[in-house]
Design a protein around this ligand. Structure first.
Ligand SMILES: [Zn+2]
Length: 127
């Protein structure tokens, strides 16, 4: 996957101008939504290091590399965003392939801000 291709998160920009700024260049995401998008792109590119780095230290898992499967993520839809100064909630749908079958992860996620950086904290609900 090249850095000048369209960003996996669905915004109309190349990867490097979109989520790549946060993933490759370590710029802080200005909002929880942008961090959410960059985490989706990191899943799409199987970037375990970034997924762990953007996970809040209190809830950060081991994240087995075998759980990351580049190429099965199809599309991200951001449904609602409840912004806040220290906490923010993002509801999204992420479409992926399980074998030949298209599935959808529908999740409402909590993000927390620590020292000017947003982190994924936990799923409040998913289906
Ligand atoms: Zn993006």
């Amino acid at each position: 996957m090249s850095n000048t291709e369209d960003c996996p998160c669905g915004l109309a920009a190349s990867y490097l101008r979109c989520c790549g700024r946060f993933i490759e260049l370590a710029a802080p995401a200005q909002s929880a939504e942008l961090l959410m998008r960059s985490r989706y792109s990191a899943y799409a590119r199987a970037n375990r290091v970034y997924l762990l780095k953007s996970w809040h230290p209190d809830t950060r898992p081991e994240l087995d590399p075998s759980e990351l499967d580049q190429g099965r993520w199809l599309k991200l839809e951001i449904l609602t965003v409840k912004p806040g100064l220290k906490k923010s909630i993002v509801e999204f749908k992420a479409y992926y392939l399980e074998g030949e079958v298209q599935r959808c992860l529908h999740e409402t996620s909590l993000f927390k801000k620590v020292k000017q950086r947003w982190y994924y904290f936990e799923a409040l609900a998913n289906s």
